[in-house]
Design a protein around this ligand. Structure first.
Ligand SMILES: Cc1cc2nc3c(=O)[nH]c(=O)nc-3n(C[C@H](O)[C@H](O)[C@H](O)COP(=O)(O)OP(=O)(O)OC[C@H]3O[C@@H](n4cnc5c(N)ncnc54)[C@H](O)[C@@H]3O)c2cc1C
Length: 395
């Protein structure tokens, strides 16, 4: 088998890999990026038309610098490609007062979001139920809700973001190879060796951005990462409803409507002429793998989603389902990220275990990982995302 010696090899060109390969190529690094499919694709974690982005990150203040830098980078990439990637339609997080708002490892997601906004000077408004109802009459409220509104929040188009970064990476000289699968990542005499179904690589640095395939590629991560099936649903707006869900009238939202951990869902404005809005929940109960996951979404699942989360909560959204898609989270305990070298592989950096909230940060993660790969030093912004994280991560 032929052996190649790139300066850096990036395995996986989804959200994290496409950002990293672009940033490396921009620095003039001789980089090879490989993916088993042709990204963007629908087999992993980076599909489904939209991803929420916000700067005051309720998952913890440690994520805020990544989100702020990513917003700058998404705008830069837009200006370089002429693509619209980020739509700042505003973002609303709402919960019932005193009922808790557990999400992504935070017991008080709404409170943590407000604290992050205040600490970082992020423009926002705090709204009570009357103010939310006046501004967004689409929500059916009980009257005891409180909300956080961030005007600069909104949604990214994940497939377009991947496409744009891969295209820029190519323009900067990256060698991108699609339809090539890595079979093994091993360590030999202090060096990482990667074997694909075509070539053996002995790179200067290896970046592993394999998303939900990471536990298979790196047995060390098997006990740490859990892959979970999640479902995205599109429901059609009632044609006779007076309520508009267009981007100009409706924000992205995360709504903790009850006190239970599962009493939460999120959604997006209507993006196109289909008249449908996308909504979703999360499940933390069942694990899966990319090979064994049930990709189909059943009629019963769709009906249950509408009955539990939409009916009686969003005015004018019918049970008419236009589409449903399965997508995969790669979760760590506590919903942190892992962006780090592994204990026995100092020349390999794992960057994609992003616990279902990584997309918004991808541009800045790519930039920081490119710096780490070229300088050999972990940038400060990545220090909280260690394989063995320090015990205090809240806030
Ligand atoms: C339903 C859902 C909703 C989400 N909502 C949000 C949101 O609103 N906001 C937000 O910020 N984040 C959100 N996320 C999280 C975010 O989308 C993910 O964190 C991010 O997309 C993960 O990207 P990744 O690069 O790690 O993985 P992927 O995009 O899956 O990329 C991994 C790539 O590696 C390739 N690969 C794997 N193994 C091999 C191999 N052996 N050889 C070659 N190639 C290989 C795969 O083909 C794939 O292209 C959501 C995720 C899901 C699933």
């Amino acid at each position: 088998m032929k052996t190649e010696y790139p300066d850096v090899l990036v395995i996986g060109l989804g959200a994290m890999g496409s950002a990293t390969v672009y940033q490396l190529a921009k620095l003039g690094v001789k980089v090879v990026g490989i993916d088993q499919y042709t990204p963007p694709h629908t087999h992993g974690s980076t599909h489904g038309e939209t991803r929420i982005t916000r700067e005051a990150i309720g998952e913890g203040a440690r994520f805020v610098p990544l989100a702020i830098r990513s917003h700058q980078l998404w705008r830069e990439i837009e200006s370089q490609t002429g693509q619209v990637l980020l739509t700042a339609c505003g973002g609303l997080i709402l919960a019932r007062a005193g009922q808790g708002s557990a999400l992504h490892g935070q017991s008080d997601f709404l409170g943590a979001t407000i604290r992050a906004a205040e600490a970082f000077g992020i423009s926002h408004q705090r709204l009570d139920a009357t103010e939310i109802a006046a501004r967004f009459p689409q929500f059916v409220l009980r009257g005891d809700e409180c909300g956080y509104f961030e005007p600069g929040a909104g949604y990214l188009k994940p497939e377009e973001c991947v496409r744009a970064q891969l295209s820029l990476a190519r323009q900067h000289g990256a060698d991108l190879r699609f339809g090539e699968a890595v079979r093994s990542v091993t360590h030999l005499h202090g060096k990482t060796i990667v074997e694909s179904d075509r070539i053996r690589y002995a790179p200067g640095k290896t970046i592993i951005a394999a998303g939900p395939w990471a536990p298979q590629l790196l047995p060390d991560l098997k006990g740490t990462l859990t892959v979970r099936r999640q479902v995205l649903y599109w429901f059609k707006r009632d044609a006779v409803s007076a309520h508009s869900y267009l981007t100009k009238d409706f924000p992205i939202f995360i709504w903790h409507w009850g006190s239970g951990a599962d009493d939460v869902f999120y959604g997006f404005p209507q993006m196109d002429d289909s008249g449908a809005i996308k909504v979703a929940t999360e499940q933390q109960q069942f694990s899966t793998t990319p090979e064994t996951v049930q990709r189909d979404v059943s009629v019963a699942e769709i009906a249950a989603m509408h009955a539990r989360h939409i009916a009686g909560k969003l005015r004018g959204i019918s049970a008419h389902n236009t589409k449903a898609q399965t997508c995969l989270y790669t979760d760590t305990p506590g919903a942190n990220f892992i962006i780090d070298t592994l204990p026995n592989m100092a020349d390999a950096i794992v960057i994609s275990a992003c616990s279902g909230h990584g997309f918004k940060h991808a541009a800045a993660v790519g930039e920081a990982v490119a710096q780490m790969a070229t300088s050999g030093t972990k940038p400060e912004v990545l220090l909280p995302f260690a394989f063995n994280p320090p015990p205090v991560l809240a806030g």
